[in-house]
Design a protein. Structure first.
Length: 187
């Protein structure tokens, strides 16, 4: 259910764009994002930093797009989001000496500090790649081609997230209860 809510606004954006302009699609994205954010908050009782950031960027960049009637604002919103994510991960990892991914997922997944570091670097590189790719497509292609890229570009996050899952599964220590019960069962 939550995954459907997460994609609610973006699907409405794509559908609206196919039948209208980028400006109507942006207005629909903004309205749908307000509904989506409220819905997620009611469902979870809170919002993650990423959800708040995405909400704020869509509202701000969407408003700028509509106010100035300039689609570059909405087209470069993903670049800013990915750049901020990379910067946040880098500051946490290299300046604050904290692994943000470990603090988010450490209760569910047990990895060595070296593995958490590798995962953090992979996420930083992925975010920088996606920021650069979005910048390139937004700068050198038409708005229609950018929207098509956004639709088909979801293959990049899908591949990366699945790869991350495989990495974690390969290197994660078994849960402590399972490890203890496995040793008892073999006796």
């Amino acid at each position: 259910m939550k995954i459907l809510i997460e994609f609610f606004a973006i699907v409405l954006f794509f559908v609206t764009y196919k039948f209208a302009t980028i400006y109507e699609a942006t207005a629909v994205l903004m309205a749908a994002t307000v509904v989506q954010t409220f819905w997620l908050y009611k469902l979870e009782g809170k919002l993650t930093s990423l959800q708040w950031s995405s909400f704020a960027l869509i509202i701000v960049f969407g408003s700028l797009t509509l106010f100035f009637h300039d689609d570059r604002f909405i087209k470069f919103k993903p670049t800013l989001l990915y750049s901020c994510m990379a910067l946040g991960l880098m500051v946490a990892q290299f300046i604050l000496k904290k692994n943000f991914l470990k603090s988010m997922l450490g209760a569910q997944v047990e990895l060595t500090d070296d593995r958490w570091h590798t995962l953090s670097i992979a996420w930083i590189l992925y975010c920088l790649f996606m920021a650069a790719l979005n910048t390139y497509v937004a700068s050198y292609y038409t708005t229609e081609q950018w929207v098509d890229f956004k639709i088909w570009g979801y293959v990049f996050p899908l591949i990366f997230i699945v790869s991350t899952g495989f990495y974690i599964a390969k290197h994660a220590a078994p849960p402590k209860e399972t490890a203890a019960s496995d040793s008892e069962a073999s006796e």
